[in-house]
Design a protein around this ligand. Sequence first.
Ligand SMILES: *Cc1c(COP(=O)(O)O)cnc(C)c1O
Length: 402
Amino acid sequence: MNAGPHHPRVRLQRVISAAVPTATERLPERAAVIDLDAIRHNVRHLVALAAPARLMAVVKADAYGHGVLPVARAALEAGAEWLGVAHISEALALRAAAIPVPVLAWLNTTDSDFAAAIAADIDLGCSGWELPLIALAAQQQQKTARINLKIDTGLGRNGSTPTEWADLVARARQAEASGSVTVVGIFSHLAVADEPDRVETDEQVAAFTTAVAVSQEAGLSPRVRHLANSAGTLSRPDTLFDLVRAALAIYGLSPFANQTSNDLGLRPAMTLRTLVSVCKEVPAGQGVSYGLNYRTTAPTTLALIPLGYADGIPRIATGGPVRVNGVTYPVVGRIAMDQMVIDLGEAALVASGSSVIGAEAVLFGPGDDDASVDEWAAAAGTINCEVVTRISPRVPRVYQNV
Ligand SMILES: *Cc1c(COP(=O)(O)O)cnc(C)c1O
């Protein structure tokens, strides 16, 4: 693996110091707090695990909701050497921020702006149909496009089929000979690495190894072969090759059902928190939120939490945990657009002066007492990845340890 002579680390050091918002004494009333030291810790951990393979930090989808530029810079400081995104537009945003390292964008349509990508030295994923379009765009600006050929080893999404692969590598070799492209890498994506024992991963590794051999017989000499995602990097040394593409683990989340972040030596980077907006005593029989699906069974105290589905909290996630003053309560009743309710389960709190109005309410975070993203994922019937990625732009991101 070679980051390329035009990507010296010394240039990188200069862009890292660009300003990003930092945590102040007073957080915004609703905030996703991102600990960049956690990102750096996770990146260093993955770099060590993957070595001698190198690390591509995948920062698509605004770094899974964590904020692409601060995360990209922290990941590069901690030893990531490549960045990966789905769309060319996301790669261009990294270049616009003067990030000089290799950036791969792998999800194209016939409307993708290959010319802009080539002009910005972005590595392009190529399943086959893109090759003539990329080669033409490169010729028109008298540049050589950097491409990574993708083989579908079993996931059934992007990538050339094994049947068409020999033809694709032959066409790529021709395009190389004409100077329009250089095949920097060959890659594929794993389907079931979050279940490390599944035999399909063995089959994907074998199919990938064959595809690389076929490309070499056709005269290609890809510098980076890359297959592993976070789950592969953490559990399957046979998937590491020259470069790994990791996202979830960089954000400190576990891809495995039976292992926590802590078990894996990872630190969750995001804390989602706000302040209790209302706290009031209600009698038995009080209905809560739209549909009145929850009714108090005894006199109790309710607290209103000003986060809802417009902030990215799934409406279906009733029962999700919220910690207030050191105690974790389940959300009761329907989650609404802007707000949700917890039942403190005790009467006369307000009368005794124990109102929690203004107290911090933490939905998830890295602390021992905090609920985890996984608990919210379980409440919503989804995975941790989706929970953090969907935290909406209405929630300000605040950065710690910049
Ligand atoms: C999103 C993505 C990744 C990162 O996956 P994680 O499981 O979050 O590490 C890697 N490669 C490709 C092609 C992806 O789309």
